[in-house]
Design a protein around this ligand. Structure first.
Ligand SMILES: [Zn+2]
Length: 246
């Protein structure tokens, strides 16, 4: 199993490269690009909230509590007074750090339902809903953030499988195949909960029209060979030096 820092560095490195490619293809501003990196990195560490070991889980829920509280606070800074913002942000932090952490510790099993492809989709749906409903992101940015949440989650599951192979001894550990599975059939109730949360979350997602347009532009930039040279290569190229500059 890859450790916490491996997941953090791996997800940040891969998602920041992917975010730069998407930003170039869609002409995204810097703040939106950073939001995509943050969503991907969060997705890259989230699957291990099912860990039984105390320290990484404590760190993860402390960070999640801070990120959740600060995101809510900055998204609502114009709507509430200073004392209300502080009190609600602190209450949100406490809720994530203690009751939510306790719930996950009690009802999840490591490498169970949360280490599956359906859980990766759930992460994307919940990220989209959070970005749109809580942070006030545009539908396009919310869907892109959801895509990066799922992508980061998949990076995590892939790293777990990669670390299940002992290359020095040329053997495969018992944990191989327990991360990158479609659904955890050994724990039907846990898998059922993941599917229900995913489908319920879908009803709170923003309209998909902007996301479909963005997906078409990305597809045209990255896959369609006729347009790839026109769009991708131009946009990924270093900006040409303006005439007149030395
Ligand atoms: Zn894991």
């Amino acid at each position: 199993m890859a450790d916490f820092s491996t997941h953090l560095v791996g997800a940040t490195a891969i998602c920041s490269f992917a975010a730069i490619v998407v930003a170039k293809a869609l002409d995204l501003p810097g703040t939106e690009t950073l939001a995509l990196v943050a969503a991907g990195t969060a997705g890259g560490v989230l699957p291990d909230i099912d860990l039984e070991r105390a320290t990484p889980t404590r760190i993860l829920f402390t960070v999640l509590g801070f990120v959740g509280a600060l995101t809510w606070l900055f998204a609502n800074v114009g709507r509430f007074g200073a004392l209300e913002l502080w009190a609600a942000g602190f209450a949100l932090y406490l809720t994530i750090r203690w009751p939510l952490a306790w719930l996950f510790g009690k009802f999840t099993v490591h490498r169970g339902s949360l280490h599956s492809l359906v859980a990766a989709v759930m992460c994307g749906v919940l990220t989209t809903v959070f970005a749109w409903r809580v942070c006030g992101a545009t539908p396009r940015l919310a869907w892109l953030a959801g895509g990066f949440g799922t992508f980061g989650y998949l990076v995590h599951l892939s790293l777990d499988e990669f670390y299940s192979v002992d290359f020095s001894g040329a053997r495969i550990r018992r944990s191989f195949g327990t991360a990158l599975k479609p659904l955890d059939l050994r724990r039907p109730w846990g898998s059922f909960a993941v599917v229900v949360v995913t489908l319920s979350g879908w009803f709170f997602t923003p309209p998909g029209a902007d996301a479909i347009t963005a997906a078409h532009t990305l597809h045209a930039s990255l896959i369609d060979p006729r347009l790839r040279s026109e769009l991708l290569l131009q946009r990924l190229a270093w900006p040409a030096r303006p005439p007149g500059l030395p």
